[in-house]
Design a protein around this ligand. Structure first.
Ligand SMILES: Cc1ncc(COP(=O)(O)O)c(C=O)c1O
Ligand SMILES: N[C@@H](CCCC[NH3+])C(=O)O
Length: 479
């Protein structure tokens, strides 16, 4: 075996480049007797035939189970210290009406952070009382609508919002529940763009200014202060940052009790998932136990009751449930220098369906999805079809060396922040999202056609329906 010098140190040369590492694949992913990848009992070639590629595939049972496990792990950990918990699903990770219903059925609430996400939740008939509304720059009309329909809580992100929400509540004759987002100053160990509690970023109110802001909230009869909110960032593996943030917030929480009730503490989301076989994820039960331990210990030390603790994970629920299927178009060996050749495998999607690699230098894994092969593993880079050299889906992984045009590839762990960050760059239509479960599939969000892309162009005269989108058949019905 000769090791390609372009392989990063963390990536082990695989014994079998067909194997599905359990941590990065959804629970109901396996290989069919034919060798094809199956998710939720349906083979990748069958999904490709029914819906085309690129295609987001969501393992419904996996998502539902992870939601229930998070709910139960936090409930159990806090019950052990005499506390209670509420779990919000962070809709920004991926939201459709059906996924919103899965989360509600699992007993979760939903966190939305724009009028659009709110509209999806309402279209799913979610009781507004089960919604939390976030955002560092909510528009006046978003605030007005949220208050009018009775969202359960609005998370205030700046001092100016206190007045805006108070006025909206006054106008509608309501008392609006609010939380105050605090920038705890805890530096989460994650990508810079995913850390949301450093000093130099836009979210929340610094700890030092929080007491005055809470006093301002309490001065309004139309507002009810529920408690503090902290979210230190996303894709975080260790508990240490969460624990430190909880400590800092509880000290403030205790001070605020002198001025009135503080029934809750929201510690945000951000729990990391495995994207490659090298990622070591802290089990949710461990994180829940760490949260409960620090909250109980700090409350005992401060002599205050344990508040209801809320969390709002997104990625840890939906991330691993999703995978993306692509078809290979070209395979190219590129001499990087005299010692090293990199194999570029180009697929029919790219940064328009998965921006995370370009944006955060995120690492992903990849497998051939239509067959297995015993060809020697070759280091590959999976690139997209966009006019951009940074258009990479998978930076480093091994595939069987005979990967060829026409093969299907599957990239696991794309359930979170891929569809929701998708774009129409180069006028590619966004892929369909299908849910698979026990051998059945159905469309959650249909593929965008060229007609969808053209019909908002006011220069296109009538008859845009006749443009060439028919060359690319719209989503077919499930088999
Ligand atoms: C305020 C807030 N809550 C929850 C989340 C969900 O994060 P994650 O998907 O990492 O759990 C985010 C995203 O980072 C967020 O900004
Ligand atoms: N979009 C980020 C997560 C940001 C979460 C919202 N604050 C990601 O893909 O990892």
């Amino acid at each position: 075996m000769t090791v390609n010098p372009l392989a990063p140190g963390w990536l082990a040369h695989p014994e079998d480049a067909n194997a599905l590492a359990p941590a990065v694949w959804s629970r109901n992913a396996d290989r069919a007797p034919s060798g094809a990848l199956r998710i939720g009992g349906i083979s990748a070639p069958a999904l490709h035939a029914a819906y085309g590629t690129p295609l987001y595939v969501i393992d419904e049972l996996d998502a539902r189970e992870r939601a229930a496990e998070l709910r139960d792990a936090f409930a159990a950990a806090f019950a052990a210290v005499g506390g209670r918990t509420t779990v919000y699903y962070a809709g920004k990770a991926f939201l459709s009406t059906e996924v919103a219903r899965w989360m509600i059925e699992a007993g979760l609430n939903i966190d939305v952070c724009s009028g659009g996400e709110l509209a999806v939740a309402l279209a799913a008939d979610v009781d507004p009382a089960r919604l939390g509304f976030h955002g560092n720059n909510k528009s006046l009309s978003e605030i007005d609508h949220a208050v009018e329909i009775g969202v359960g809580a609005i998370v205030l992100d700046s001092v100016v919002e206190i007045e805006r929400v108070a006025q909206a509540a006054h106008r509608h004759g309501r008392v609006q529940n609010v939380r105050l987002r605090i920038n705890s100053g805890v530096h989460a160990s994650t990508h810079e763009y995913l850390a949301t509690a450093r000093e130099d970023q836009k979210f929340g109110i610094p700890l030092a200014d929080a007491a005055a802001a809470v006093a301002a909230i309490r001065s309004h009869d139309s507002l009810r202060f529920l408690g503090l909110h902290s979210h230190i960032g996303s894709q975080i593996f260790e508990s240490a940052g969460f624990v430190e943030a909880a400590r800092r917030l509880l000290a403030l929480h205790a001070e605020l009790l002198a001025g009135g009730e503080v029934p809750e503490l929201n510690l945000g989301g951000g729990f990391g998932i495995a994207y490659t076989s090298a990622d070591e994820v802290t089990p949710i039960a461990r994180i829940a136990a760490d949260f409960a331990e620090v909250v109980a210990a700090e409350c005992a030390r401060l002599g205050i009751p344990v508040p209801v603790v809320a969390i709002e994970p997104g990625r840890a629920i939906i991330g691993t449930a999703g995978a993306t299927l692509y078809e290979v178009g070209t395979v190219k060996d590129v001499s990087v220098d005299e010692r090293a050749v990199r194999r570029y495998v180009s697929v029919d999607g790219g940064m328009s369906d998965n921006l995370r690699t370009a944006l955060y230098k995120a690492e992903y894994s990849v497998r051939i999805a239509n067959r297995v092969s015993d060809a020697d593993p070759a280091l590959v880079r999976v690139a997209g079809k966009h006019c951009e050299s940074g258009d990479i889906v998978v930076q480093h992984d091994y595939l069987p060396g005979d990967v060829s045009p026409g093969d299907l590839l599957a990239v696991p762990a794309t359930g979170a922040y891929c569809w929701s960050l998708a774009s129409n760059y180069n006028y590619l239509g966004r892929p369909a999202v299908v849910a698979v479960r026990e051998g059945r599939s159905r469309v959650l969000i249909r593929r965008e056609t060229e007609y969808d892309l053209l019909r908002r162009d006011t220069g296109v005269s009538s008859g845009a329906e006749d443009l060439d989108f028919r060359a690319h058949p719209p989503t077919m019905e499930p088999q």
